[in-house]
Every structure is written in structure tokens, then in C-alpha cells.
Design a protein around this ligand. Structure first.
Ligand SMILES: Cc1cc2nc3c(=O)[nH]c(=O)nc-3n(C[C@H](O)[C@H](O)[C@H](O)COP(=O)(O)OP(=O)(O)OC[C@H]3O[C@@H](n4cnc5c(N)ncnc54)[C@H](O)[C@@H]3O)c2cc1C
Length: 434
């Protein structure tokens, strides 16, 4: 049941529109024999590569072990939405940690978007970071909740990039009859995720990090040094950063208590020509809070990428496209008869509170995962603050580690049938809006 080996061909990118429009880096060799490092990082997605880049730029000897390819995980196949804040409103967070801490957490989330902007401009301009995420609401009650949060952000956080729109104005922006208004956040954005993570990989390598692909970490022995074992090699490392997100619960039981893997799926239509602007009237991304979470945006060649969560099993369904397409057509009747050229799925990590799980597992082992659909921005800052913690500056790491969290009631046993039970329970909780 390890999602690293369940749904994809080993070492190959999924059949996504992203893989069809990005140039992967040349394949890197697998680890063989024993090597030493100041820091060993498990996973080459946004979290691991941002940490690797930060540490390699400080002159540390960094080794990244990646089970498949650079960008193979969620970072290379997601919806590309670079969202603001967290998957919980600031008022919710303030109630639990107080305003001062909530503000420090908000500041890191703001920095996370700036980090994506900076790193993509320097290392992956072809990833085309564009501004704007709209959020659709299904009811007047949801709309008033969004209005209250936007006002709060404006008054308490000086964040004035959100405009709330009533049903008619919102339908002019996101042209679906299902929404009852919504908002547009011009401080958020969207990006080609695979081009971005490949750019990060290139930058980390250029800064001196070593990356071994096809090198799954099978075991970690705690200690100083910590010892990480792959099929053909071992790394003795002064510090370890776990950056495997949704795949991590299978490697580290400390993470499994707080993070659960789930799958999400995306379909890419053929180029839509003029019809594209009759779905989204601007080049923005959009999403909503339906229990399956719909997210969509148009591409540089005028396709609609339509994504959502479709199942709570770790195994991808045999037919990903049919249910996704049905939902797309319900949402956008103007797309009747339009199919998908590409469909793919991916695994991400979610937590009980929907806030990232940033953990110190041992004095020299840290981990960040469970971004709960907000990782395109947050994974980078989490990687950066873990790198800072390794280099001796842990205060920003501690800020993220203080995000409210709770263990899953099912414990650290991600085996069938516990996993199935956990997923059914999570779905129920989702539907009830908790
Ligand atoms: C379909 C989909 C849509 C999404 N849409 C959005 C979105 O629009 N906006 C947003 O903010 N977030 C979104 N997300 C979530 C986001 O993609 C993730 O939060 C983010 O990419 C996490 O980055 P990461 O580097 O932590 O993990 P990943 O990118 O998953 O990278 C982890 C890497 O670790 C490797 N690995 C794992 N275990 C081991 C091991 N034992 N040994 C060696 N290597 C290992 C994996 O092979 C993988 O490459 C989406 C996710 C999916 C799947």
C-alpha cells in the first residue's frame, strides 16, 4: 500500500499535460556505496529542493535521495495554484494560538508566495507565474463567511488584494451557474508546477547539492550521524530533512500519526479556442470548497485543466476521466461534449487540521508535510525554514511547528484495513464540513 509504488510506472512522470510540455533534467544515477553528508534530504519536490538549494548556497554538503525523478511527486503534477495563507482562515488560527503567533504564521505564508515568485523568476521563468485565484461559493452563507474573512485580513493584516464579488459579477469571471458569488485574490497566483520544480532541481544542482534519483530510502537509523539506507547504498548524515509529503507516512511513523495520503486528479481538455474565455474570462486560476474540492485554470495553449479529489483509496481508479469530466460539465455546461486529452492523478498529504505538520522527529531530523492542498507555496517556505533550523536558526521553524495540529485517531498504522477506515472517516468528516 505504499503510494510510491502503487499507481505510477517507476521513474516515469505521469501522462500529464505538464510532462508533455516540460523538459526533464537528464536522469541522475542511483546511490551506490556509502557516502557522508552534512545534510541528507529525502524527496526532490518543492520542499526538498528548496531546502537543498538554501543549504547548498550556505556551503554545506547536501545529498538529496529521490525514489523516482526530480519533480516526480505532487510537485510535478498539481493544480499549480499558489494560494495565500493556509487551508484554515486566520480567525480560526488566531483563536487557537493568539494574534501575535497567527500574524507570524501569516507572514511566513506571505513570504512563501514571494519565494515562489523569486525562485521561479530566477530559475524557471518558463513556468509563467501569473496572478489571481478566484474562490467560488455555493451559498449565501459561504459568501458571507468569505466576506468576513476578507474584511478581517484587510483590517488586521493590511491585506487588500481580495475583492469579494456578488453572484452576477462572479459569474462574469468564473462562468459557472453553480456559484453564488465568490472572491478574487490578486495576491495569489498560478504556475506550471513541473517546469517550476525542474527549475528548482537545476538550481540546487548548480549550487552544489548532489541528487540521486531511483534511490528510495528504505530505512532511517536515528543517531549522530543518522544512517539512511537505500537498495544499494547508505548515507551517513549529520542532519536529515524528510521532504516526502504524502509518501512520508510509509517511511516515518512519527509523520504517520499526523499526515495521511490522499489522491487528487486532473484532466486537460484539448485547446478550447474562444471557448476558454467563456469558462474563465481572465487568465486566473479558480477553486472552491466543495467536499471534493474543484480547481481549474486555463493553460498557455487555451486548454482547461480541471481537477478535483475523486476517491479516498490510495489506488487510482482505472477510469480517472469519466467522473472528473462529469463534474466539469455540471460546472460548465458550455463545455458539453468536450473531453480530456490527458488525465492523471497524484498523492498529497493532508492533516487533521488541514495545516502543515512541521515536526522535529529527533534532535537532528526534521520533517514538513501535510500541506493539505496548499503546498505549491507553503512547501517552499517549509523547506527554507527547515534549512535554517539545520543551520542553527530555528525560530521560524518553531513558528511553523506551532501551527495547530492533532494526531489522527487511527494511530500510525497505515495498513489495510485501517487505511480504508481512516479514509471513509475522513470523507464523512469532510462532507459534514469539519
Ligand atoms: C493532483 C494534485 C493537485 C494539487 N493541486 C495543488 C494546488 O493547486 N495548489 C497547492 O498549493 N497544492 C496542490 N497540491 C499539493 C502540492 O502539490 C503539494 O503540497 C506539494 O507539491 C508538496 O511538495 P513536496 O515537495 O513536499 O512533496 P512531493 O512533491 O510529493 O515530493 C516528495 C518526493 O519525495 C519522494 N519520496 C517519498 N518517499 C521517499 C523515500 N522513502 N525515499 C526517497 N524519495 C522519496 C517522492 O518520490 C517525491 O518525488 C496538489 C497535489 C496533487 C497531487
Amino acid at each position: 500500500m505504499n503510494p510510491l509504488h502503487l499507481n505510477d510506472r517507476p521513474g516515469e512522470f505521469p501522462p500529464s499535460w505538464y510532462a508533455a510540455t516540460a523538459k526533464p533534467l537528464p536522469q541522475r544515477t542511483a546511490l551506490e556505496g556509502e557516502v557522508t553528508a552534512d545534510v541528507c534530504i529525502v524527496g526532490a519536490g518543492y520542499t526538498g529542493l528548496t531546502a537543498a538549494l538554501t543549504l547548498a548556497e550556505k556551503g554545506l554538503k547536501v545529498i538529496v535521495l529521490e525514489a523516482h525523478r526530480i519533480g516526480w511527486g505532487a510537485s510535478g503534477r498539481n493544480g499549480g495554484q499558489v494560494g495565500s495563507a493556509y487551508n484554515k482562515g486566520q480567525r480560526w488560527i488566531e483563536k487557537r494560538v493568539g494574534f501575535a503567533r497567527a500574524k507570524a504564521m501569516w507572514d511566513l505564508a506571505e513570504e512563501s508566495k514571494a519565494l515562489v515568485a523569486d525562485l521561479s523568476a530566477r530559475h524557471a521563468p518558463e513556468a509563467r507565474l501569473l496572478p489571481g485565484i478566484a474562490h467560488g461559493e455555493y451559498t449565501a452563507r459561504e459568501l458571507s463567511g468569505v466576506t468576513a474573512e476578507a474584511e478581517h485580513l484587510s483590517v488586521r493584516y493590511d491585506y487588500d488584494k481580495i475583492t469579494v464579488l456578488g453572484p452576477q459579477d462572479f459569474a462574469g469571471l468564473v462562468c459557472s451557474p453553480l456559484y453564488h458569488g465568490g472572491m478574487i485574490d490578486r495576491g495569489a497566483g498560478h504556475i506550471h508546477p513541473l517546469r517550476y520544480v525542474i527549475g528548482l532541481g537545476k538550481a540546487a544542482l548548480a549550487a552544489g547539492a548532489e541528487v540521486f534519483e531511483g534511490s528510495e530510502v528504505l530505512k532511517i537509523e536515528h543517531g549522530d550521524p543518522a544512517i539512511l539506507t537505500t537498495a544499494k547504498g547508505r548515507v551517513r548524515a549529520g542532519h536529515v530533512i524528510l521532504a516526502g509529503n504524502g509518501y512520508l507516512p510509509h517511511l516515518a511513523k512519527e509523520v504517520a500519526r499526523k499526515v495521511m495520503p490522499i489522491n487528487s486528479f486532473i484532466g486537460a481538455t484539448p485547446p478550447l479556442g474562444d471557448l476558454a474565455r467563456k469558462v474563465l474570462s481572465e487568465d486566473i486560476a479558480a477553486c472552491d470548497s466543495s467536499h471534493l474540492v474543484n480547481y481549474f485554470r486555463t493553460t498557455e495553449d487555451g486548454r482547461l485543466l480541471f481537477g478535483g479529489r475523486a476517491n479516498y483509496s490510495l489506488k487510482f481508479p482505472d477510469d480517472i476521466g469519466t467522473a472528473l469530466n462529469r463534474r466539469m460539465q455540471e460546472m460548465f455546461p458550455q463545455l458539453r461534449g468536450v473531453g480530456f486529452d490527458h488525465v492523471w492523478g497524484g498523492t498529497l498529504g493532508v492533516t487533521m487540521t488541514r495545516l502543515p505538520a512541521v515536526l522535529r522527529i529527533a534532535p537532528n531530523i526534521v520533517s514538513a508535510s501535510g500541506y493539505s492542498g496548499h503546498g505549491v507555496a507553503l512547501a517552499g517556505i517549509a523547506g527554507k525554514v527547515m534549512a535554517e533550523a539545520v543551520a542553527g536558526q530555528a525560530s521560524r521553524f518553531e513558528t511553523l511547528a506551532a501551527l495547530p495540529s492533532r494526531p489522527f485517531p487511527f494511530g500510525a498504522h497505515l495498513q489495510e484495513p485501517t487505511m480504508t477506515l481512516a479514509m471513509v472517516w475522513y470523507r464523512l468528516r469532510d462532507r459534514l464540513g469539519h
